[in-house]
Design a protein around this ligand. Structure first.
Ligand SMILES: [Fe+2]
Ligand SMILES: [Fe+2]
Length: 162
């Protein structure tokens, strides 16, 4: 399935090549497994987090679950619309020994998600799927809000928690 790979051959070399439909389905399924990972990560960390900030952190983590599952639902719908089969796999959730490490793992995961959706929206654009491009950009904007919120918690961590 390489029929669409030459679409940008005459254009700028900086352009993202259009993936084949099968490749797009594979990539969106990888994104989907990472959305499930994010939801499971927030559920698990909300259950396990301890220390003086447990009430706020557990509430914050729980509040993120529905949003990540909304991203998962969008991706599963799109994969099915492309005649693919949505994965039920969950990317591995990293273990964390304390609240700070949980926040650092979440920061990494959100930054990874932003990178993924930046790449994926460029691929959707190369395919001419403007609807997918815009939806992926909206998801990227939400992941950016998550990233910024977690980064602000971590930025002030030493001043109160050492
Ligand atoms: Fe997400
Ligand atoms: Fe997120």
């Amino acid at each position: 399935m390489t029929a669409t790979m030459t679409r940008d051959a005459a254009g700028s070399e900086a352009r993202t090549p259009a993936p084949s439909r099968d490749e797009l389905i594979r990539l969106l399924n990888d994104d989907l497994a990472h959305e499930y990972q994010a939801a499971v990560m927030y559920v698990t960390y909300a259950a396990l987090v301890e220390g003086p900030f447990r009430p706020q952190l557990a509430t914050f983590f729980r509040s993120e679950v529905a949003g990540e599952m909304g991203h998962a639902q969008f991706l599963a719908d799109k994969i099915a619309a492309l005649a693919g089969t949505p994965t039920t796999e969950v990317a591995a959730v990293p273990a964390a020994r304390d609240a700070r490490q949980m926040l650092e793992e979440i920061l990494k995961a959100e930054e990874h998600a932003i990178w993924r959706y930046k790449e994926r929206s460029a691929q959707a654009d190369a395919l001419g799927d403007i609807g997918l491009k815009v939806q992926l950009e909206n998801i990227a904007a939400e992941e950016t809000q998550h990233r910024d919120e977690v980064k602000r918690i971590l930025d002030g961590w030493e001043r109160v928690a050492g």
